[in-house]
Design a protein around this ligand. Sequence first.
Ligand code: ADP
Ligand code: MG
Length: 437
Amino acid sequence: MATSWGSLFQDEQQLEELARQAVDRALAEGVLLRTKQEPSSSDVVSYAPFTLFPSLVPCALLEQAYAVQMDFNLLVDAVSQNAVFLEQTLSSTIKRDTFTAKLFDIYKQVLKEGIAQTVFLGLNRSDYMFQSNADGSPALKQIEINTISASFGGLASRTPDVHRHVLNVLNKTTEATKILSNNPSKGLALGIAKAWELYGSANALVLLIAQEKERNIFDQRAIENELLARNIHVIRRRFEDVSEKGSLDQDRRLFMDGQEVAVVYFRDGYMPSQYSLQNWEARLLLERSCAIKCPDIATQLAGTKKGEEGDQAIAEALTAPSRFVLKPQREGGGNNLYGEEMVQALERLKDSEERASYILMEKIEPEPFRNCLLRPGSSARVVQCISELGIFGVYVRQGKTVVMNTHAGHLLRTKAIEHADGGVAAGVAVLDNPYPV
Ligand code: ADP
Ligand code: MG
């Protein structure tokens, strides 16, 4: 992939000036994070890291990723409804992975009691990297599907104007118009709004399960704002609040601080560290309710990273470690093992049941390109990069009927090639936009 911005990297002074303009536009557009120093409720903010230039992505790949999204929505939804498949696929994992086991426990309890929820809402993001086929043509390779707390739809709605600004400053006005418009926060909110409407109680609220310290709050606020514009009110509460002030009535309707909840939108609860005993209790209470959980526990389980097992795969990975990546059942970035670390883990896991809590995946090798990364507190850095494209999926099902199934925009994240793992929140990848070629 050649970069058409190559000539723009030469003059360092011009680059610094351009970076300053880009950063100011990002701040003005609301491409914001709270700072590491003050992650809680605070008015101290900075910009979310981003690339100075949009990165080139073949149109065909963008189109393909969009074209398959509705099928992936249906697939996730189907898996979530197939108790036999979930149990079989995850049986070896839950023996060894306590986090997945705990989620599965709640799932079984809810199944046993009977699922009170009748409307289902999926907001997911399917992530891809680009890799050339043998004939040199580019292809999408799926990394994962996020079925819980898929983030950056809000900030991704704000970044196109930043890159348009950069190109306009450079007098590349025609190029600026080619940056795709993107509004995942609206699409995600429309899904929540549809679910809320089907719940059928005009005074019921949306409950956003939030972390105590949330740097990425403006991403979430973008969705809240879209809902409020449609007269749907959102309250933000922690799991701890749910366990203290949440309750079910005899019909298993969920009440929070005395107000009925139609939709529970999780932006917490995808990592073991986010659950105390009390939080697990709160999660169970939410799952037992007839409120529309996004996601319900089955859909969270459907997003588990689980591949085929086999000694053959391990043997291959040990002979060619650079071709593989070892992934535990974790979300949120920074958990995968590569190279020597992977080899050591495989040697240790080889003959143990514990290996079932991991998957071994062929490493995707995208073609690196140059871009300039902008981060608060650092000067503009031109480096070799790779990108990861995410497509947001939205669906709503009422009983057996799918009443909404759509895609809701994209997210491009770019990182320096030396960073194997990690997303924007983990401080590795930065926000970007695809420049279709
Ligand atoms: P998480 O749930 O933590 O986001 P991912 O499966 O997305 O887990 O892995 C985290 C990061 O690791 C990805 O964003 C990607 O950069 C890298 N990664 C994951 N799988 C592969 C792979 N098969 N090949 C190359 N890089 C990968
Ligand atoms: Mg990921």
